[in-house]
Design a protein around this ligand. Sequence first.
Ligand code: PLP
Length: 448
Amino acid sequence: PPAAAPASIDFASMDGVDLDHFWMPFTNNRFFKQNPRLFVAASDMHYTTADGRQVLDATAGLWCVNAGHGRAAITDAVTRAAQTLDFAPTFQLGHPLAFRLASDVARIMPAGMDRVFFTNSGSESADTALKMALAYHHARGDHTRFRLIGRQRGYHGTNFGGLSVGGIGGNRRRFVSQVWGVDHLSHTHGQAVRFCRGMQPGNGALAEELEELVALHGPETIAAVIVEPVAGSTGVLVPPQGYLQALRDITRKHGILLIFDEVITGFGRLGKATAAEYFGVTPDIITTAKGLTNGTVPMGAVIASREVHDTVVNGSPEGIEFYHGYTYSGHPVAAAAGLATLGLYREEGLFENAAALAAHWEAAAHALADCPHVIDVRNLGLVAGIELAPRDGTVGARAMEAFHRAFDAGLLIRVTGDIIALSPPLMISAAQIDTIFGMLREILNDLA
Ligand code: PLP
């Protein structure tokens, strides 16, 4: 008989936990290990800390737990999948769950975008999308199209492709060897337009910079442009009206593929399945991760238009068409999590809930405009960015103080530089929105 699961894994206790060995990602390891903050459980809108306190989650974990924590429909599916088919390769083989999930994802994508390639993270999705774009042009015989264009303050994960098109200096500077032939558009955050509710005013003029790059390099050298429809990680940068459509028009005119990185905006964050649907602009490739499995199991998906897929698959010689993939692409346990997650989004109308609460969220966020140190508030869907004035010229110190105070008061927020970024689970209620911003008001009032 199979051996029972070891009883020795202690999920909730700190007994015997040694902080030395885990080299933590994107963390001030030296500070953290002097001041550890650990979660041991989570349910619906709350985390439980190691010292037994409840923390209201205003960030959906890390922009991923869109259906709320500990949802039985997902955890049961994960358990059953692991017990039924722990692993199966998807190189030259397959299993039904991956095909089912691909169909389910395709069903909520914009029309014509229905070919799904699985990854394990947002970073892998970004690099997959960039390689897909290169493979597309190669299959068409456009062998000179290798340039990739990203944007300042863009974040596309930490692998070399995404890093190269990304626009965060700190992430790039230490790593000299980046993808060659990359340019960046300006970011879309108009410093003059503060406290803007929803989209910034605009006319798409900023997208004209792409025409300048086309004129500089020649359209026959440019493979793809990648942007986050709303930049999340660099502090909730909402695009000006008309900007994404203008990018679409210019890319189409010059035969350049447009990639939307929807790792944050995908799966309901703006009240629709995708930002593409929200803005009414259809790219050629969409990258996703995070909300695909509600964060329960790592998984990402890259959704290509039928045209991109068919060009690569039908335009390649007999044999493997796309020399790319991961051992865990379409992993059965992750696929089960994805199927259950999309089921929850549908059954509970969570995208619709986000859309219905967006106006309440906006009003609550902008009510903080009169708090000390607040120099900007911006929002869209169930996302908000609250920008604080740097303290004594030290970027990030004030927001980090807010983060620590919030945690100690029982509220999880995210900070990037001096910007507080909020993105709660989509199952949130109006009352919980009021609680988040009420707590935040007190925290901001108490800041040094
Ligand atoms: N792309 C965007 C837009 C993201 O926000 C993120 C993560 O926050 C990533 C890519 C990278 O995702 P991951 O951390 O899963 O690799």
